[in-house]
Design a protein around this ligand. Structure first.
Ligand code: AMP
Length: 282
């Protein structure tokens, strides 16, 4: 069973100095995507901490924060079964004590896409992740490729500040129909969900084309957009092909090139991405 811990001091009592520690930061409402991160962390570390903290500073829209699903009791059961040693559920005042006044503002990987659509979002993410890393002091921290720009931002944060942690990116887990698992999917009606499937369909057509040797970025985007147009309720915010480090748009494909997308259906904003060309480590 995983121990529930609410303070850095409590973590100190559970974690052994001699053991390697893996941290999986989450906002709860756990699903099989989160579980895959926890399982990978359990394979690669002697102890695993899963943090569950719905971070208010990364929600630029208060109603989005209110709507975010919360299910701590279920999450605790899920984490216990997955082989984590501790669940870190700090109170907001533990993360942001009275008088807190520091924000980490990155430039580069966070500038475009989600950064442009959600001002302040990545500053909130970078700040809370730094605090969580300082509380837990893990050897490795695990993040999903599902949130590919977030992973790029955390990698830049680690590089820029020489944070003493290894950042591990984990593959996206999808439902059988291709939709990437997300805590936000519960908000989709069956009709919305059916339309949302145009997202993975477009991405996988682009990936297949790229694998066949079509490296023409404009042509690949046209193929993807044609599929998205078949889902009229889907409001596409962006579909782009970018390099994997700073997420700059590409004119020709490079190793690690990614197709990234954000689209809104009803009230729900979904993001997804696929790799188009195999990467060396980035
Ligand atoms: P969240 O609770 O949504 O902030 O996600 C916590 C972590 O789980 C992040 O590193 C996400 O990228 C990762 N994650 C979310 N969904 C998936 C998925 N479908 N597959 C793999 N990782 C995921």
């Amino acid at each position: 069973m995983a121990v529930i811990v609410e303070t850095p001091d409590g973590l100190g009592k559970v974690l052994h100095a001699a053991c390697s520690v893996g941290l999986v930061p989450t906002m709860g409402a756990l699903h099989a995507g989160h579980l895959s991160l926890i399982e990978q962390a359990a394979q690669e570390n002697e102890q695993v901490v899963v943090s569950i903290f719905v971070n208010p500073t990364q929600f630029e829209n208060p109603s989005d924060l209110d709507r975010y699903p919360r299910q701590l009791e279920e999450d605790i059961a899920i984490v216990g079964d997955a082989g984590a040693d501790a669940i870190y559920t700090p109170a907001a005042e533990t993360i942001y004590p009275c008088g807190f006044g520091t924000t980490i503002q990155l430039q580069g990987s966070s500038d475009d896409w989600e950064g442009a659509a959600r001002p302040g979002h990545f500053a909130g993410v970078a700040t809370v992740v730094t605090i969580l890393l300082n509380h837990v002091r893990p050897n490795r921290a695990y993040f999903g490729e599902k949130d590919f720009q977030q992973l790029a931002v955390i990698r830049q944060l680690q590089r820029d500040l020489s944070l003493p942690v290894e950042i591990i990116g984990c593959p996206t887990v999808r439902d059988a129909d291709g939709l990437a698992l997300s805590s936000r999917n519960v908000a989709l009606s069956p009709a919305e969900r059916a339309e949302a499937l145009a997202i993975p369909r477009a991405l996988f057509v682009m990936q297949t084309e790229a694998k066949r040797g079509n490296h023409n970025v404009a042509g690949l985007l046209t193929r993807g957009r044609a599929i998205l147009e078949q889902a009229p309720q889907l409001n596409v915010d962006y579909l782009a092909i970018v390099e994997p480090r700073m997420l700059r748009p590409l004119e020709v494909l490079v190793p690690g090139a990614r197709a990234i997308i954000a689209a809104t259906i009803g009230e729900t904003r979904l993001i997804d991405n696929v790799e188009l060309v195999p990467s060396a480590a980035v």
